[in-house]
Design a protein around this ligand. Structure first.
Ligand code: NAP
Ligand code: MG
Length: 401
């Protein structure tokens, strides 16, 4: 009998090579084994354009309703894409739109394989990165100073006298920047990090530079600590811990750790560190991503884009070897979360079995080209996009019998 899920998963289809992989995953790895109830939204760029992007907002609202979504990679249109697809305009990034509607934080987690050694020898467990995605230098106001001038910080309360602080009395040229964050956003970030760490059952590390920035970074430290304090009982019950440290200490500790923690990062640190961790673990095709809202809604996806170069080869009729692992894990993440929320243990087990099958398939030497280049021991040939998915399907069927 097929496994059945009673409640919906919000499915968001996407673009280019990942859209092709998406259909293969559903046809070959999911539908034959599990009855999913899907609420489907086509976030392919053409359909976003046809609906004036309303479909993206509808999908985000559906995730709010049902609690779990899974998203294929999508094109964020630039001028070239507007021309290529004949779009009405450069629509905003769907990920950005969904993130702002759910008020969520993005977490990235690499998939670890025995025959894909990480660049850092001690890393044995995934290092999960949670990046605060609001404010700081990403919403700054800045100016070049090209003559002697004074720069001040002026805070004008709704009522009361303005407060002025001298930043610098410039004798010549220079540069100045003002940036901010909001208490609400920092609280949501901390709360999403705690939800994620509880769900993954891993320790939380949070780091900033509060020795130097006593107020700005100190504020982050204190707000984060307050949110941790509120969830003290849950954190203790899960057997996980919380550590605050200085960012330079955190970097040094991460490099000699065995991994297996959530590294909560401020916006800029997360931007930089997530790329370091991703390349340190091997391939973009092995990096998963999940958006978690402070009220516990989850949206799963692969961290990579639509793999345009491979798609153009595919359109020319050439064979491709695109890694589908992160997209498969987006599905297993969503199915396991749905199962967990609904108390459907067989669905959770199916998701874990599919993940194990993917890992075993690669560890037996069947892998796409991106992995073949870094595998140890070396393998002789790589699998094409569909060959890899077929190999996983065959291994899954073998177990299912
Ligand atoms: P990309 O799709 O991530 O691909 C960049 C390169 O990384 C590929 O050309 C390929 O290298 C390698 N790569 C990425 N994923 C791979 C996989 N699964 N298997 C094998 N190789 C993989 O980034 P892009 O080409 O710069 O962006 C394409 C489109 O994706 C853009 O329109 C962008 O807006 C969109 N995008 C969407 C998301 C999202 O929806 N979350 C995220 C990022 C980008 P080789 O060419 O060397 O094989
Ligand atoms: Mg970046």
């Amino acid at each position: 009998m097929k496994i059945k899920l009673e409640n919906p998963i919000v499915e968001m289809d996407g673009d280019e090579m990942t859209r092709i992989i998406w259909a293969m995953i559903k046809d070959k790895l999911l539908h034959p084994f599990i009855d999913l109830k899907l609420e489907y939204f086509d976030l392919g760029v053409k359909h976003r354009d046809d609906t004036d992007d309303a479909v993206t907002m509808e999908a985000a609202e559906a995730i709010k309703r049902h609690g779990v979504g899974v998203k294929c990679a999508t094109i964020t249109p630039n001028a070239a894409r507007v021309k290529e697809y004949g779009l009405k305009k450069q629509w905003k990034s769907p990920n950005g739109t969904i993130r702002s509607i759910l008020d969520g934080t993005v977490f990235r987690k690499p998939i670890i394989l025995r025959n894909i050694p990480p660049a850092v020898r001690t890393w044995q467990e995934p290092i999960h990165i949670g990046r605060h995605a609001y404010g700081d230098i990403y919403k700054c106001v800045e100016e070049i100073i090209d003559c002697p001038a004074t720069a001040e910080l002026v805070i004008t309360p709704e009522s009361g006298e303005p407060r002025r602080m001298m930043i610098q009395d410039f004798k010549g040229g220079g540069v100045v920047m003002g940036m901010h964050n909001t208490e609400k956003s920092i609280r949501s970030f901390a709360s999403s990090c705690i939800n994620y760490a509880l769900s993954e059952k891993i320790d939380i590390w949070f780091a900033a530079k509060d020795t130097i920035s006593k107020k700005y970074h100190g504020f982050f430290r204190d707000v984060f600590a307050e949110e941790v304090e509120k969830r003290k009982a849950d954190i203790a019950a899960a057997g996980i811990s919380y550590r605050y440290m200085l960012i330079d200490d955190a970097v040094a500790q991460v490099m000699k750790s065995r991994g297996g923690m959530l590294w909560a990062c401020t916006n800029y640190d997360g931007d930089v560190m997530s790329d370091m961790v991703a390349s340190g673990f091997g391939s973009l095709g092995l990096m998963t991503s999940v958006l978690v809202s402070p009220d516990g809604k989850f949206e799963f996806e692969a961290a990579h884009g639509t793999v345009m170069r491979h798609y153009y080869e595919h359109l020319k009729g050439n064979p491709t070897s695109t890694n589908s692992v992160a997209s498969i894990f987006a599905w297993t993440g969503a199915i396991a979360k749905r199962g967990e929320m609904d108390g459907a243990a067989d669905a959770v087990n199916f998701a874990r079995r599919l993940e194990d099958t993917v890992i075993n398939t690669i560890e037996s030497g069947v892998m796409t080209k991106d992995l073949m280049q870094i595998a140890e021991p070396k393998v002789e040939k790589y699998a094409l996009t569909e060959e890899f998915i077929d190999a996983v399907a065959a291994n899954l069927r073998r177990q299912h019998m």
